[in-house]
Ligand binder design. Structure first.
Ligand code: ZN
Length: 144
């Protein structure tokens, strides 16, 4: 198996604004700072979750909402290019007040209560998302 070797660039710590859309805030951050490739970790709390599950048999997303306050146990994501623009792909594990966990692919519409983020920039040619016939998803091209 081959792997691409990258150099790491800048490291960022940031807090997302309360009431903001999580995916939009991360996208705005990447565009503002010119981060075309990177890895993201975050934790905190959200006031509303908008998530999706990919139905692999039917190759389509199933969207769902959780209209309650939730802890973000672990948020993870990456930054790469889609149509030449920085694109955020992120998933999160959440917990309710009883500690029960749920999670998924994060959609626009997930609202920040308090989120602390670490972004590690990756230098070099950024991965570009291309449509993949087998999965029906836009996946990294040129990355083994
Ligand atoms: Zn996803």
């Amino acid at each position: 198996m081959q792997a691409h070797v990258f150099e790491t660039g800048r490291e960022f710590l940031l807090r997302l604004p309360t009431g903001s859309d999580l995916v939009t805030s991360l996208t705005d951050f990447a565009k503002h700072h010119g981060v075309q490739a990177g890895w993201i970790n975050y934790l905190g709390a959200i006031s509303h979750a908008s998530l999706r599950y990919y139905n692999q048999d039917e190759q389509r997303y199933e969207d769902f909402e959780i209209a309650q306050h939730l802890e973000v146990l672990a948020g993870i994501g990456n930054i790469s290019l889609l149509d030449g623009e920085p694109f955020i792909h992120t998933h999160m594990a959440l917990a309710d007040r009883d500690g029960k966990a749920i999670g998924g692919h994060v959609n626009s519409g997930t609202i920040v209560f308090a989120i602390e983020v670490r972004v590690e920039e990756i230098l070099g040619d950024p991965p570009e998302r291309l449509f993949d016939e087998i999965t029906g998803l836009s996946l990294w091209g040129g990355v083994p």
